[in-house]
Design a protein around this ligand. Structure first.
Ligand SMILES: NC(=O)C1=CN([C@@H]2O[C@H](COP(=O)(O)OP(=O)(O)OC[C@H]3O[C@@H](n4cnc5c(N)ncnc54)[C@H](OP(=O)(O)O)[C@@H]3O)[C@@H](O)[C@H]2O)C=CC1
Ligand SMILES: O=C(O)CCC(=O)C(=O)O
Length: 479
């Protein structure tokens, strides 16, 4: 059984869950210990105990730890990518890419540990100087989803440690393998005991111990809107800092002047790669009259060529849905769209086995046409390989429809017009805007996050991460 890491010790506890491969449900990847509330509290206490010393650690020590982790992740990208594809179901190239991204993130924040900045100002009063510095928050609880089992933990854990915080990390129940592997690398990185702790267990059982404990000074969460808002309310009640990344209903606008190949590529990659299980996935294609029919027909042709199957098999474009529960959600949205009058132009078929007869959660990417923005399929996040086309007259209607959503994470446009691209970048109500590029697939060194219902709190990633993981101190010194 793979154990939890608490105060530098591997702790098994009494219960374990099996990690199942969604491409072949007969394949049990391993058994992973389940922490209970007492173990979660012990992890928080360990982090609090380790904080005073770690908060005073020097930049070289932090650099060395984070750089070592980054180096190992990059060296083991193929092996850890295979584990990630096996437990989560994204294709092997995508999974190896994700591990590589995690390694790059650790390297980036190793550099950040060396670049701790501050300001020195003259006071408005004579003989006094003013220094402005940033200090770590304290104990950070990190709660992550299943869809990016190593990159999202990396982009929370690396900055937390770089800026001098201690961490209690709770991964999603469905993907303990990548989380455990990352924790194991961190456990050999030179971190003092308690600075980083791993607790695997269900949100329902250990969530309160991880979020409501007064020793926890900050929560960084990625997952569903419902859970995020609930946890944020708990944090707000006791004055803890929080940062939430939640859903999206990301539009991709395709204008008459778009390059058709570029538009189809953006649509396929953005909506269906990683089985559409991305908060940045394009799920609404907003297409002007003049290109609508050509776009739909080229997209359907391209979708027919996509191979759905075992995530680790060469040549597969789309891996399985992560589990039976998410598959049921996807199928329910497909039915509901049809019931609302949308036309299923392509896909949406569930296969209980792949071409080799392996039992798994396979779903062919689904495209709906004849939809409008008021339909449920246009308003709610599906989190699967399901997208719909909304026909509009012109740029102005396209941008109005794109912005008419409770979410605001990522927004894209395909156009060859500089004027439209420029206006779009200004008018799109989203944290990330993409021109002739898929709505999904963000860089690791620049801010990531959204507006409206998609995000709350400071941005993640890049140098902007310091906003969440530090607090500002203003020091006055009289000569
Ligand atoms: N924006 C994004 O990247 C993601 C969005 N989603 C959206 O959410 C939907 C449901 O997915 P789901 O995995 O259930 O998302 P959740 O929001 O339930 O899970 C995200 C994380 O929060 C944890 N969690 C759940 N309840 C609590 C709690 N009370 N206290 C502390 N932690 C908690 C989960 O743990 P556990 O696994 O143990 O439940 C998991 O680690 C998807 O269909 C999708 O729409 C999902 C994943 C990622
Ligand atoms: O699109 C990406 O690169 C990241 C997406 C993401 O973080 C998510 O879907 O949760």
């Amino acid at each position: 059984m793979k154990a939890n890491l608490i105060h530098g010790e591997w702790v098994t506890g009494t219960r374990a869950v099996a990690n199942i491969n969604p491409s072949d449900t007969r394949d049990v990847i391993g058994d992973y210990a389940q922490a209970d509330a007492a173990a979660a509290s012990a992890a928080v206490a360990a982090a609090a105990q380790a904080f005073p010393a770690w908060s005073m650690s020097g930049p070289q020590q932090r650099f060395d730890v984070l750089d070592k982790v980054g180096t190992e992740l990059l060296a083991r990208a193929a092996e850890l990518g295979d584990l990630l594809a096996r437990e989560e179901g994204k294709t092997l190239p995508e999974a190896i890419g994700e591990v590589t991204r995690a390694g790059q993130i650790f390297k980036f924040f190793a550099g950040e540990a060396l670049r701790q900045r501050g300001d020195l100002l003259a006071s408005v009063r004579p003989g006094i100087s003013v220094e402005i510095t940033r200090e770590p928050l304290g104990v950070i609880t990190i709660i992550t989803p299943w869809n990016f089992p190593i990159a999202i933990p990396a982009w929370k854990i690396a900055p937390a440690l770089a800026y001098g915080n201690c961490v209690v990390f709770k991964p999603a129940e469905l993907v303990p393998g990548s989380a455990w592997a990352l924790a194991e690398v961190l456990s050999r990185s030179g971190l003092p005991p308690g600075v980083f702790n791993l607790v695997m267990g269900t949100g329902a059982e250990i969530g309160p111990a991880l979020v409501d404990d007064p020793l926890v000074t900050g929560l960084s969460f990625t997952g569903s809107v419902a859970t995020g808002r609930r946890l944020a309310a708990s944090c707000a009640t006791r004055g803890a800092k929080f940062q939430l990344e939640m859903g999206g209903k990301n539009p991709l606008i395709v204008l008459d002047d778009a390059d058709l190949d570029v538009a189809v590529n953006c649509a396929v990659q953005g909506a269906f790669f990683s089985t559409g299980q991305r908060c940045t996935a394009s799920s609404r294609f907003i297409v002007t009259d003049g290109i609508h029919d050509r776009f739909v027909s080229a997209l359907v042709q391209r979708m027919k060529s996509l191979k759905v199957g075992d995530a680790r098999q060469a040549g597969i474009d789309i891996g399985p849905v992560v589990d039976a529960r998410q598959l049921a959600i996807d199928l329910e949205y497909i039915q509901s769209a049809q019931a609302e009058g949308a036309t299923l132009a392509q896909g949406g078929e569930h296969h209980a086995t792949d071409a080799q007869g392996q039992p798994g959660f396979f779903l062919t990417p689904a495209l709906f046409t004849n939809t409008h923005n008021g339909m449920r399929i246009s308003r709610e996040e599906v989190f699967g390989p399901v997208a719909n086309v909304i026909k509009v007259r012109d740029f102005d209607e396209a941008i109005a429809v794109a912005n008419d959503t409770p979410f605001g994470l990522s927004s894209g446009i395909c156009t060859t017009s500089l004027r439209h691209a420029t206006r779009f970048k200004r008018l799109a109500q989203a944290g990330m805007v993409m021109v002739n590029a898929p709505t999904a697939g963000a860089d690791f060194h620049v801010p990531f996050g959204g507006r409206k219902g998609s995000s709350m709190g400071a941005r993640e990633q890049g140098t902007y991460a310091s906003e969440f993981y530090t607090t500002v101190k203003t020091a006055y010194t009289a000569a």
